[in-house]
Design a protein around this ligand. Sequence first.
Ligand SMILES: C[S@@+](CC[C@H](N)C(=O)[O-])C[C@H]1O[C@@H](n2cnc3c(N)ncnc32)[C@H](O)[C@@H]1O
Length: 270
Amino acid sequence: MTIGETGIDATVAHPARRYNYWLGGKDNFAADRASGDEIEKKFPGMRAGVRANRDVLGRMVQFLATDAGIRQFLDIGTGLPTADNTHEVAQRITPDSRVVYVDNDPMVMVHAQALLTSAPGGRTTYIEADLRDPATILASPELRETLDLGEPVALMLVAILHFIPGEGAAQPLVRKLLDALPSGSYLAATHFTTDYLPAEERERYAGMLAAGRSDVWPRDRNEFEALFEGLELAAPGVALATEWRPSGAASTDGVDASRISMLAAVGRKP
Ligand SMILES: C[S@@+](CC[C@H](N)C(=O)[O-])C[C@H]1O[C@@H](n2cnc3c(N)ncnc32)[C@H](O)[C@@H]1O
């Protein structure tokens, strides 16, 4: 079933809506909930990993806005709006922060335009585009009108790079985007990994992937770290999402931290 002219198919699980379901949101359909529950049943910890990812996104923006003095954000893979979206965290610290949100999902963009509205003094813009086409993102008039590419920008690639399948497929995209940003810019990224799963689950996951039953391509710690080549990693370097600058007691929903399965890091372009 396709709803109206929006191109949204409610019968097929979609990453952004499944993610919204795991975060306790309401912008999801039965197919998203069924897929989310099936994954959670096979891989307990998945939901906690998603929450850990969302929490670390907030801590990364906080670090970038305070310690790094960043005022401009290019957030690719926006996701459906939830609590503490990038511009909200940044503008709480620096009200004139500017954020460009990019996503390739029309439903995400409709929600983002309605809900991710800037505080006075700052600015938010939205581009419906694909991470696999960095040239279009960089050339977009919305981006050029909102961000000054002569000044540092934080490139946020949070829980999106694992939707770029294939060995070595993500690195050139990250490189192209970073090449367009000046010295003092940052890359903040998180990524799904199966490094910490028990061997049996890791094999089960590899089987699902090979059979085309998962759209999330895991990378190991070395592959993730390679995305930051040439950048200065901020402490603590590459870490599990729950262990990247935790604020107080890291919440893992009672799941062992080693099963969170999301790597996080922030690096500065020298
Ligand atoms: C799991 S959500 C992450 C949301 C947010 N960054 C966070 O971490 O909370 C991933 C988002 O990336 C978007 N996405 C996936 N592949 C994409 C691509 N190739 N280009 C642009 N957006 C993409 C999805 O539509 C979804 O909204």
